[in-house]
Ligand binder design. Structure first.
Ligand code: NAD
Ligand code: TYD
Length: 356
């Protein structure tokens, strides 16, 4: 790993990954390619913006020529592909952008890699890697008592978001099988932690609770997710890049099974304990709202493979991780407010919540 292209590096997980890589790898150059959509935020990276091994390039993965040129210009040997439309609710209201970015954008990245690494034979294949970051949502939804998903579980995506990610995973696999592109894929569960865009469940609940606003819980709140601290996720991706077998996929999860309502109540308890708001007990703010159409009931990831092959397991328990995350949002209100004052953000809240 010498010249690493991180796509979507100004987003939540990508920016955490860039921080992690700068700290962990002393000799790696990092190119952050990001279109700066509503979810991209360069202030996530302000502490490294002048770092000699870091460079930001604004660009779109849907621009095939620009991606071709980018790989050549920076002699990229490793691609860590995060760039995507990532929010299920947005995919329900506007699926087209998800197909364009997640399917066509990934296709362009694969073509750029094939052109530069395979057609041009620019560097030995054992030195290159296309790493694709995917989701557990491609597996669909589990009924109570059904076993956790393994890397062998057939895909059964339910939302337009999950379907677009599944399609991109299949394309990556096909480039490995057909053209010999050295790739790895990770399917991870719901991430949480610093810099998560404040329209996802955990930041929405923290920020609304602090302001005494209703805490929107979809349906009965008994949907179950696995929650992965973003730093554990970054560590796992790094391990897969450095020690994972090419042509493999790995599940990554936090190994926990809380219902959404439990997450919301835990955040309320933490805020009751550590904040000085006048809205205690915060649980009184919980409001059950109309469910998400097609809402998946339960996710559960079997993470034995990455543990057995690479020795990875999550370092954060959910209790510690949630406490750290609540503290991070309380300490970073300037970051939060810079997003919340944008019209696009206010518009999204109206679109998603007013009709519920
Ligand atoms: P995010 O929405 O916070 O960030 C996405 C980033 O991609 C943004 O910076 C955005 O500007 C950029 N981007 C979007 N379209 C682009 C385009 N056409 N060209 C270039 N850049 C573009 O997403 P995230 O939560 O950081 O997720 C990163 C990846 O991890 C995604 O592929 C997502 O599917 C996957 N994932 C996320 C989670 C999660 O819980 N957040 C869970 C599983 C998998
Ligand atoms: P979210 O953070 O949107 O992530 P994703 O849809 O990618 O899993 O949602 C996590 C869970 O929380 C999901 O089951 C939907 C639920 N949810 C709510 O109950 N209320 C909310 O306001 C939001 C945003 C999500």
């Amino acid at each position: 790993m010498k010249n690493v292209l991180v796509t979507g590096g100004a987003g939540f997980i990508g920016s955490n990954f860039i921080h992690y890589l700068i700290q962990t790898e002393a000799n790696v150059n990092i190119i952050n390619l990001d279109a700066l959509t509503y979810a991209g935020n360069l202030s996530n990276l302000s502490s490294v913006e002048n770092h000699p091994r870091y460079r930001f390039v604004q660009g779109n993965i849907c621009d095939a020529d620009a991606m071709d040129n980018l790989l050549r210009e920076h002699e990229i040997d490793t691609i860590v592909h995060f760039a995507a439309e990532s929010h299920v609710d947005r995919s329900i209201l506007g699926p087209r952008q998800f197909v364009e970015t997640n399917v066509m954008g990934t296709f362009n990245m694969l073509e750029a890699a094939r052109n530069y690494w395979l057609r041009d034979k620019s560097m030995p294949l054992e030195h290159v890697r296309f790493h694709h970051v995917s989701t557990d949502e491609v597996f669909g939804s589990l009924k109570a008592g059904e076993p956790a998903w393994t890397e062998e579980t057939p895909y059964a995506p339910n939302s337009p978001y999950a379907a677009s990610k599944a399609a991109s995973d299949h394309l990556v696999r096909s480039y490995g099988h057909t053209y010999g592109l050295p790739y790895t894929i990770t399917n991870c569960s719901n991430n949480y932690g610093p810099y998560q865009f404040p329209e996802k469940l955990i930041p929405v609940i923290i920020l609304n609770a602090m302001e005494g606003k209703p805490l929107p819980v979809y349906g009965d709140g008994q949907q179950i997710r696995d929650w992965l601290h973003v730093q554990d996720h970054c560590e796992a991706i790094h391990l897969v890049l450095t020690k994972g077998k090419t042509g493999s996929t790995y599940n990554i999860g936090g190994v926990n099974q809380p219902a959404n309502l439990t997450i919301v109540e835990t955040i309320c308890d933490i805020l009751d304990e550590i904040s000085d708001t006048t809205h205690k007990p915060h649980k009184n703010l919980i409001q059950f709202v109309t469910d998400r159409p097609g809402h998946d009931r339960r996710y559960d990831m079997d993470t034995h493979k990455i543990h057995a092959e690479l020795g990875w397991q999550p370092r954060h328990t959910l209790t510690e991780g949630l406490l750290d995350t609540v503290k991070w949002y309380l300490d970073n209100l300037e970051w939060v407010n810079s997003i919340r004052k944008k019209q696009e953000y206010k518009g999204w809240l109206d679109t998603n919540y007013k009709a519920r």
